[in-house]
Design a protein around this ligand. Structure first.
Ligand code: DMJ
Length: 566
């Protein structure tokens, strides 16, 4: 029988067990309390404290911040570009809209492109890509109220109107699927159609009044520039695809057929053409008046598989690489010059700096059965060397921005150097791809022909393609150097201005802000710093004003209706 517990008689001896519990219970309570506290702390503590071994824990907050990983560095740089866009666009909206462009040093405005708010329409897709959806929605409202006949005392220059306005609307439509944008693109396309009826060849007249349909020549008279005749192919063919309107397709395809039929020697097209569709000079270049003509040969193929354009592209690039590429004597910089009546001109235009991007794009995307391996490697080397020269022409200057034109120290033809290199068993890097670093004036192998930097995109455009096609980080770093230089010297209270003297501490600002700075330069920089690939080359083709258009195929019905043979 168990003894009776009598609390009233503590002096009564307790059985052994209960006596022990009573004596140590406060200690157990303390231990349990500690365990509970520890468990609660463990559950509430941040994951790294719970899982990481002691030596892997983040440093205490008082110390220096942990080093940033590469991804967050690029993310921040992308953000900087976005802020630059917002600064430029806000300045435009506050001081210039609804005019075309902002005058970035005075805060004034200009109307050089029909007065239809070109800065807004040219950069709607940039807004979309940067996630500026409120600004985009406001711009859609403006487009909805635009009929493209206001300010009709202007004759709308066909080329600029197509690449900036029509390209801008089509790209904004392709990205957002906002129906009004397509409807307005169709209106504008219709208003531009008279240019194709103004010449016997069907080559476009320089400009048109969108009110009367009358056309007018440019300052050079009735000549038509190679780039202006051809840089409407992507826009009008995509418009034909979207609307089903045959006239858009036939008007522009006819131009290409006329050009192919002339079968130009070495694939090089004259800069100027008569209204009968005949070449009217012997001037060959990839700079002003020619540039996007060559660019659109490749891009017509990429947009909808046009093999006639691809065949011409390969021929033309052969001619350019054989006849117009040189290497300077000392620095061995690769550059693209021009010829006039058989005389070599050793000038490198900033405008020609689109070429490395196009060569790299073609080498990356054209399938093996359509581009021989030997040709592909030549395109890659040329792209690498030319992109470096374009970049170093910025890095050499005190401001870090690139001149609009260089007069190169005459060098030797690239093909000759390549042949020697091949004969020597391909020892070392291919000629023209050596990277020697920046140089001071007098040691650069060139003189500055035109010292202005007009906020142009061609070099950063090529850096973007080089980065995407090679995966080499150096191309992005170079793009960031250029962006930093623009921020340092071209930024104004209102926006960004072109500069007068790139090789000077005091650059001097020009009172402008071209719409292509927002449409192209900032867009390519933004994409260059993006770690993802939102607009892969297999799915999107950028027009010459950096407006991405989606790759498409013609249906059998369309092929029949439009008489598409390639
Ligand atoms: C832009 O309008 C286009 O890139 C065009 O193809 C060439 N010139 C300017 C920018 O430099």
């Amino acid at each position: 029988m168990l003894p009776t517990y009598n609390p009233g008689t503590p002096s009564t001896p307790l059985p052994h067990g209960r006596n022990l519990f009573r004596r140590i219970s406060w200690r157990w309570l303390a231990v349990i309390g500690l365990l509970v506290t520890f468990t609660l702390f463990w559950l509430a503590a941040p994951i790294p404290y719970r899982l990481a071994p002691l030596d892997a824990r983040p440093p205490p907050p008082a110390g220096p911040p942990p080093p940033k990983d590469q991804a967050s560095v690029w993310e921040e740089r992308k953000e900087e570009v976005r802020r630059a866009y917002v600064h430029a666009y806000t300045g435009y909206m506050q001081h210039a809209f609804p005019a075309d462009e902002l005058l970035a040093t005075s805060g004034g405005k200009s109307n050089k492109f029909n007065g239809w708010s070109v800065t807004m329409l040219d950069s709607m897709d940039t807004m979309w890509m940067m996630g500026l959806h409120d600004e985009f929605a406001d711009a859609v409202k403006v487009v909805a109220g635009q009929n493209f006949t206001t300010n009709a005392h202007f004759y709308a220059p066909f080329f600029e109107t197509v690449i900036r306005y029509l390209g801008g609307l089509l790209s904004a439509y392709a990205l957002s699927k906002e129906p009004i944008l397509l409807s307005r693109a169709d209106d504008l396309g219709t208003l531009l159609l008279p240019v194709f009826n103004a010449t016997p060849s069907g080559f476009p007249a320089y400009s048109v009044s969108t009110e009367t349909g009358k056309t007018a020549p440019g300052w050079m008279g009735n000549v038509i520039l190679f780039s202006e005749a051809t840089s409407c192919q992507l826009e009008f063919k995509y418009l034909a695809k979207l609307t089903g309107r045959k006239e858009y397709y036939t008007a522009v395809d006819h131009i290409m057929n006329t050009l192919y039929a002339t079968n130009p020697k070495d694939g090089l097209f004259s800069l100027t053409w008569s209204s009968e569709g005949k070449p009217s000079d012997q001037h060959f270049s990839v700079g002003a008046s020619a540039d996007s003509g060559y660019e659109y040969l490749l891009k017509q193929y990429l947009l909808n598989g046009d093999t006639k354009a691809l065949t011409q592209y390969i021929k033309s690039m052969d001619g350019i690489l054989d006849k117009l590429l040189y290497i300077t004597p000392t620095r061995e910089l690769l550059y693209v010059g021009s010829t006039n009546r058989g005389n070599a001109l050793h000038n490198l235009e900033h405008l020609a700096c689109f070429l490395p991007g196009v060569l790299a794009l073609g080498a990356h995307t054209i399938p093996a059965n359509l581009l021989p391996e030997k040709t592909r490697e030549r395109h890659r080397w040329a792209a690498e060397g030319l992109a470096y020269t374009c970049y170093i022409s910025y890095a050499d200057q005190k401001s870090g921005m690139g001149p609009d034109g260089l007069s190169m120290k005459a060098g030797t033809l690239w093909v000759e150097r390549l042949a020697e290199w091949e004969a020597g068993g391909r020892a070392g890097k291919p000629p023209g791809t050596k990277e020697g670093g920046r140089r001071d004036r007098g040691q650069r192998d060139y003189e500055t022909g035109s010292a202005v930097y007009l906020l142009r995109p061609e070099t950063v455009e090529s850096l973007y393609v080089m980065w995407k096609t090679t995966g080499e980080e150096k191309w992005r770093e170079r793009g960031y150097e250029i962006f930093a230089a623009i921020e340092r010297s071209a930024k104004t209270k209102y926006g960004y201005a072109s500069v007068e003297r790139v090789d000077s501490e005091v650059v001097g600002l020009i009172d402008d802000m071209p719409s292509f700075f927002l449409a192209e330069t900032l867009k390519y920089l933004y994409l260059l710093f993006d770690d993802t690939d939102p607009y892969p080359f297999e799915k999107w083709v950028f027009n010459t004003e950096a407006h991405p258009l989606p790759v498409f195929e013609w249906t059998e019905w369309e092929k029949k209706r439009y008489n598409i043979t390639s």
